[in-house]
Write a protein that binds this ligand. Structure first.
Ligand code: FE2
Length: 296
């Protein structure tokens, strides 16, 4: 059975009405400690391999498993809603995937992919009544990690203040990282991007040129320094199995290779679950959007 695609319910990410809805529902990233037990995590990661979905393999060895998220959601609905918020139950569909990665993730943002979205418009046109949702919150549940030492150090994930309300992207400022394995659009210059903060307020574009905090970069990031120019850190969370994180779908983030004071890569591979929840347009925006749809 093919599961329901969120892309059948969304407005284009770069439409002014969508931008306004996403902006209004922004909030600070958070991490919730020890929500899932060892036994529960065991069920959740094995569930990735129980249906007939076809996984995707990236050049760098990352495996993406795109399964029906409703199975995990139905089983752990109470815990998930406790983390994301009761409103998450009103989502049009649940997006996301499982991932296994041998490598830290550089700076990126996981909203909808433009190319995938354009394809879905052929099945459900832009003026369809069900297209009244935008991206909202993403939920990441660390599941396990593989290590060499006795110590289980999954490193950290850094969430930046900057939200880029638009299509999913990898940010490779200054073109420092060659051969990025991603199906997202890659940008190398952030000068003209309008970033928003955790409260949905516009960050002045001049700030995109401010060098990143050097000390912070040294302490937490393996992503090249030039790539984070113009950004500021909002939160740093340890990547700990069982402790999920919730953040804005349009929020920039990056992971590292393990706590940097150890001076080496601490984990060999790790597996996580990404779930994406969507928000219906506010009433005033919906009214405006329906008028626009009627004129199409
Ligand atoms: Fe991500």
């Amino acid at each position: 059975m093919k599961h329901d695609e969120p892309g059948f319910y969304l407005l284009p990410m770069d439409h002014p009405i969508a931008i306004e809805n996403v902006r209004r529902h922004s909030s600070e990233a958070k991490c919730l400690d020890n929500i899932f037990s060892k036994e529960e995590l065991d069920w959740v990661w094995k569930n990735a391999f129980t249906d007939d979905s076809v996984p995707r393999l990236n050049k760098n060895g990352t495996v993406i498993i795109d399964t029906d998220m409703t199975k995990v959601y139905d089983r752990y609905k109470d815990k998930i809603l406790e983390c994301v918020g009761e409103v998450a139950a009103d989502t049009c569909a649940i997006g996301g995937n499982y991932f296994i990665t041998p490598q830290q993730y550089g700076l990126h943002m996981d909203a909808m992919r433009e190319k995938g979205y354009r394809g879905m418009l052929e099945s459900v046109p832009l003026n369809d009544k069900q297209r009244v949702f935008t991206t909202w919150k993403n939920f990441i549940l660390p599941l396990w990690m593989g290590v060499n030492d006795d110590e289980f150090d999954g490193g950290q994930i850094v969430f930046f203040e900057q939200r880029d309300i638009g299509w999913a992207k990898v940010y490779n400022g200054g073109n420092q990282t060659p051969g990025i394995a991603s199906i997202y659009e890659i940008v190398t210059d952030y000068t003209d991007i309008q970033f928003y903060d955790r409260n949905g307020a516009e960050i002045p574009r001049e700030d995109n040129a401010i060098p990143f905090d050097k000390e912070f970069h040294k302490r937490y990031l393996n992503t090249p320094y030039r790539r984070v120019q113009g950004l500021s850190a909002e939160n740093v969370f340890d990547w700990t199995p069982g402790s999920p994180m919730v953040f804005d779908a349009v929020q920039l983030h990056a992971t590292n290779e393990g706590s940097k004071d150890k001076n080496k890569k601490m984990w060999n591979s790790k597996m996580g679950l990404l779930m994406m929840f969507y928000k219906e347009l506010d009433e005033d925006l919906k009214e405006e959007w329906h008028k626009e749809q009627a004129a199409m």
